[in-house]
Design a protein around this ligand. Structure first.
Ligand code: SF4
Length: 223
């Protein structure tokens, strides 16, 4: 079969987890996790996403990493089509930061059509044009904002807090708030209950309805 443009959108994936419920969007969901993230969270939940993709001086991916096209991924996970369709579920893209693979997600939507729900678990730390691109194909957004306080955000993620406020504003204007879940974490040693409360109030005032407080577990700090 000739190679199509879609086949050229290859993404590095380190996890495909089937038959999940209650954590990654509506219904029965397959969680697909991409390599790569722009943040450097001090208690990163998925350290593997920061590792090199390829074995040294080769084009061979390291153990546990798959290089897949949207069509190949679709072929792998369609085994659960009946569960997705019966429960209003589908695929959740996480990572790492799935928005880095926005072209892949768009191409995947073109293949799976409207029968599956697409959820994205993201930090929303990227320019607004990517949010607009994704809003055309994503059904549900789960956003871990880390902290709305720039100082705390920067201390925890080690990157400047340049996009988050604007990204939240853009998202609120173009996506139905019912399709967005905001997570506000209590981050041991980095923020306080009061910081979480202030972020919660700010999110509510900005028109978000589904807001969850969560608590991070202390992990070894990144070096
Ligand atoms: S956003 Fe997620 S994957 Fe990226 S550094 Fe933070 S915890 Fe790790």
């Amino acid at each position: 079969m000739p190679e199509t443009e879609t086949d050229k959108v290859i993404a590095p994936i380190f996890g495909i987890s089937r038959l999940r419920m209650g954590t990654d969007g509506s219904g029965v969901t397959t969680l697909v996790t991409f390599m790569g993230c722009l943040l450097k969270c001090r208690y990163c939940l998925n350290e593997k996403c920061h590792e090199p993709i390829f074995k040294s001086e080769s084009n061979t991916p390291r153990d546990g990493i798959l290089l897949l096209s949207p069509q190949t991924l679709y072929n792998r996970i369609k085994i659960d089509n009946i569960y997705f369709c019966a429960t209003g579920g589908g695929v959740c893209f996480g990572g790492g930061e799935p928005a880095l693979q926005w072209k892949f997600i768009k191409a995947f939507r073109a293949i799976c059509g409207d029968k599956w729900k697409i959820t994205i678990e993201t930090c929303l730390h990227y320019p607004e044009d990517i949010i607009r691109e994704l809003s055309a194909v994503v059904d549900y957004w789960i956003i871990d904002v880390k902290s709305l306080d720039p100082e705390i955000f920067e201390k925890y993620t080690e990157v400047p807090s340049i996009h988050l406020s604007r990204s939240l504003e853009v998202l609120r204007n173009i996506v139905d708030s019912e399709k967005v879940t905001i997570k506000i974490p209590l981050i041991p040693k980095f923020n306080s209950e009061n910081d979480v409360k202030q972020s919660f109030i700010r999110m509510k005032d900005n028109g978000f309805r589904n807001i969850k407080r969560v608590k991070y577990i202390i992990r070894p700090l990144k070096k």
